[in-house]
Design a protein around this ligand. Sequence first.
Ligand code: FES
Length: 609
Amino acid sequence: GFVVKIDFEPLGRRVEVNDSETILDAAQRAGLTVAAICGGRGTCGTCKIRLVSGELTPPTSVETQKLPSSALVSGFRLACQSRPAGDIRVEVPPESLTALQRILVEGIDSKFEFDPSIRFVSLDIEPPDNGDFEADDLRILKALNDLGFSSGITISPPIFPVLSSQLRSLEWKIKLAVTTTEPGSVIACLPVNAHGLGIACDMGSTKLAMYLVDLETGGILARTGRMNPQISYGEDVVNRIAYCNTHQDGRQILQHRLIETLNEMIGDLCGKTGSRPEWIVDCVMVGNTAMHHFFAGFPVRQLGEAPFIPAVSQATYLSAGNLHLNVAPGAEVYLPPNIAGFVGSDHVAMLLAANSWIGEKTIVSMDIGTNTEISLLSGGNMYSCSCASGPAFEGAHIEAGMRAAAGAIERVQIRNSQIIWQTIENTRPVGICGSGILDTVAELKLAGFLDTRGIFVRDHPMSNRLKEKNRMVLIPAESTGIGKDIEITRRDINQIQLAKAAIQAGVKILLKKAGCQPQDIDDFFIAGAFGTYLDVDHSIEIGLLPDIPLERYHQMGNAAGVGACQLLFSKKMRKTAGFIANNSHYVELTIDPDFTGDFLDAMFLHRGY
Ligand code: FES
């Protein structure tokens, strides 16, 4: 044999291997944890990869059986069955990575111009002396005018309390952050060797994700995540709004707790990168409409009652200082526009990241969560809706459910009535997360052990797993890490049916509004933690997703966070966000005459829509 180089995308790993090794071996050697629940025997199909360039050995009969011919044509192969036939480049799609590596996949693509809202100017200012009594502010403005800045340029008042001492401690050699809108305003004074920074944050009801970016180079420097501290005031936003309605200072308390945690996250990011919070001069916060209101301190009562009216939907700039956000006191916080009460700026950010708001294609963009936001672009028109899909896909309200963490069963397959599974970090199973329960329902159905109503079938080879009529053992106690059986109940299955029915009905109604069929969908983007983990084919099998070719699906990671970063990097993107919010036609499902019928139909476990 001879030695070949293999590049793995999108994580950017390279290994040199012998050409007799499989791509799966090579990936493992490169430190990639590719899913391989059958252990490389070619029976599970979880190790899918895509050839980007170069050549592989021809597809084996196992591969031609396992992969649809359209997938083979697009370069999809099984890593355990294929070997390199020279130097090659392969892509490992997110669904083939185990959960912990999947979060690394998110990237920013560079389809937008780098044109941030803040620019940086280094100045060496003449200090005052006995013949020169000019005030500090005028001294700075004069230096800026000398550099050609317009005479209308101002200094933002929030920085006056710190400016004079900064000038002196920096010995008059400074870097100013100046807004790029004419005539411009100075919003921060930094040391010349500091980098001007920005933060982009996706405020989910459950999780907060924050990115620290370099506004001078356009790079993402670090990211961090925390649980949303507001969970102690209500698991979901509806309960938190109720808390605000019944507690006098409710709104202030929720806002305060949120900002306290955001400040801790800023501290983490600065610690990781050796930066200082005062160097952060621009902030973008995205979230669902309720999170947006909680952050800004806007009233939420009307948002919690039909017809669910936002207090503010337009893009808003707030002062970081007034919010007590621990960044440069003169910094502004940009909140992109919301589409509706349940379709917030996080969805706008996702549409930006997927670039799925313009063009002639028919595109569905979906962020699956407790509320699932869906947009459809068709014939140049945009429609959006939100469905109450519930937390089942996040592992909640499922008896053995848990979040995607170590020990969670994340993949399940059934072969000849045998259940095989894989857990996050390959530890003994302690529970099951959203992607695992989805797999379970799909595989039980495929095995014929569940009927289309979601009821366990009697007299089936798997019936010996039933403890009671409506309760089966998924994994017996001796194999689990909790000393008892991991079970799946009829109720759990029903939770999944409810969730997928809500989503299917939402997509169908949007398609109807646009006069399209599922087959017309050219691209289908799925974002969010669960959306990135789910098995698309299994999702089609139970009717969570329509039956269109797999290559039209794109699983995106935290698209809202990526979109928020783009909004930091580009003023044009902020204009686009306004365009999206203004032009999206919001569809309220609960008053749509077809909704109830579509929802009830979608409760059955049928493949596709
Ligand atoms: Fe390749 Fe299972 S590991 S098919």
